[in-house]
Design a protein around this ligand. Structure first.
Ligand code: C2O
Ligand code: CU
Length: 486
């Protein structure tokens, strides 16, 4: 494979703000240094004026004045050191979404740390393990939906697959109003048919949770369709796409016209490569996919809207080098394969011990959206929640059932879980940290080894559901016999 110069890499990754925490090794290439190792990175949370490419700027809450925040890349096993500076007017934290960090580094206000007060700082430090595609974001109230998030990528020491290029694709929902989504919701600018039926406007009484705002811009890497730079490929390229959904309340069905996508990882964990035509990706989920550039043209990257791949709303562009035509090609697809957990097969990894049997089965019934503004797990509203106390080394099955009319991407902090019903052929199940439970009696179970001591947040990654109570705590007591030690 050809080596990339640093300039080319910057161009390909479509970002100028990549933070190199250390030397960066391009997948599959001979290691060489692109930048001086940076020992510590600072992320400053502050208000900044942003323009998503619509010519209607507004004040978002940003890390280092950009949306998304700077991408952080680091090599497996290295120490991530990030200094958070808070220039906002309220407390904040950073959560390293998907990374099984030590509990005190997990960034959940009032659960793992006190929020960092305005003017204050906090130093996060943890080993970057295991390799994969992750997110970082504020975990304080609705701040994620105001713009406080970014990609966190852990490169493996040795890349198993080689690629000609790589792009990071972050899917984000925006309300273009000062303060973003929660401010739109507060003004009663809410999505029709969402949340509480027949209830009036957004904010309501003091302290009542907000309803999902009406978003008016959907971006990839902070730019709307038409102003986001196209993802450029050359015919014959094998392209890696890291697709992340840090949106606050949008589940996407993502497709790239003219191109099937081969799923290689979900939530950072490898799977046996599986080809699909569209990816269903809930909030907080990540998929790494491989795309074969063998269909030259200008193609839409788009979100399928009504179940027909023929329609949808465009988000970005895949463009082959040498294509001058400005018109987008259309493929005649009428039937398509959409990603489905149950069709995936996992891969054994040295980082994780398989969960062979379970010690405990716990039901997690998800409801809400009907009679009250609250969303619940087992009928309870966080912090008055049905928490789970475990011993380190315990193996637990969580049985989700969704009694509501909306999908809930459920996320467990500090752990990966195995998805029951996957690995049907090989017996090796898929590991994830966020899983979307479909609406209308959707049932999905996961199993995990409680191997990371601490008090962990477990919640729906629809930010508006999380803030409306759909959360509880999973408390893992350290086991002094070293059983289940990591
Ligand atoms: Cu991505 Cu509890 O968070
Ligand atoms: Cu939810």
């Amino acid at each position: 494979m050809k080596k990339l110069t640093r300039r080319e890499f910057m161009k390909y990754s479509g970002i100028s703000g990549t933070v190199f925490l250390s030397k960066f090794v391009f997948p599959g290439s001979i290691p060489h240094v692109y930048a001086e190792p940076v020992k510590e990175k600072t992320l400053t949370a502050a208000f900044s004026r942003v323009d998503l490419g619509t010519g209607k700027p507004f004040v978002a809450w940003t890390y280092n004045s950009q949306v998304p925040g700077p991408e952080i890349r680091i090599t497996e096993g290295e120490k991530a050191r990030v200094l958070l500076k808070n220039n906002l007017r309220e407390g904040t934290t950073i959560h390293w979404h998907g990374l099984p960090v030590p509990n005190r580094m997990d960034g959940v206000p009032y659960v793992t740390q006190k929020p960092v007060e305005p003017g204050g700082t906090f130093r996060y430090e943890f080993e970057a393990m295991p390799p994969g595609t992750y997110l970082y974001h504020s975990h304080a109230s609705y701040q994620l939906d105001r713009g406080l998030y970014g990609a966190f990528i852990v490169e493996p020491k040795r890349e198993a697959r080689s690629y000609d290029r790589e792009y990071v694709i972050m899917l984000e929902d925006w309300a273009r109003i000062d303060g973003g989504g929660p401010e739109a919701a507060r003004r009663g600018n809410i999505r029709p048919g969402m949340g509480v039926m027949g209830m009036g406007r957004g904010g309501g009484q003091q302290g009542a949770p907000l309803r999902e705002p009406l978003y008016d811009a959907y971006t990839i890497n902070g730019k709307v369709f038409g102003s986001s730079p196209p993802f450029k490929v050359r015919k014959g390229d094998k392209v890696r796409l890291r697709i992340l959904n840090p949106s606050s309340s949008t589940v996407y069905t993502l497709r790239i016209a003219g191109h099937p996508l081969k799923i290689t990882h979900t939530d950072g964990r490898p799977v046996i490569p599986a080809e699909v035509d569209a990816l269903r990706i809930g909030m907080g989920e990540r998929y790494d996919v491989e795309l074969r550039a063998n269909n030259p043209g200008r193609w839409h990257v788009y979100n399928i809207r009504d179940g027909s791949p023929a329609g949808g709303w465009p988000l970005g562009t895949l463009l082959y080098e040498g294509i001058q035509a400005l018109t987008y090609k259309d493929d005649p697809i009428t039937r398509y394969r959409i990603s489905d957990y149950s069709q995936l097969e996992g891969v054994d990894e040295k980082y994780m011990r398989p969960v062979s049997s379970v010690d405990r089965i716990v039901r997690m019934t998800l409801s809400g959206g009907m009679m009250s503004p609250y969303w619940t797990i087992n009928g309870r509203v966080y912090p008055d929640s049905d928490d789970l106390s475990l011993r380190q080394g315990e193996r637990v099955r969580l049985e989700y059932s969704n009694m509501s009319m909306m999908a809930h991407p459920m996320h467990l902090h500090g752990h990966f879980f195995e998805v029951v019903g996957t690995g049907r052929t090989t017996g090796v199940r898929v590991k994830k940290d966020t899983i979307t439970i479909p609406p209308h009696m959707g049932n999905v179970s996961v199993e995990f080894l409680a191997d990371n001591p601490g008090v962990w947040f477990h919640h729906c990654h629809n930010l508006y559901h999380m803030e409306a109570g759909m959360a509880n705590l999973v408390k893992v007591m350290p086991n002094l016999n070293n059983q289940g030690k990591r």
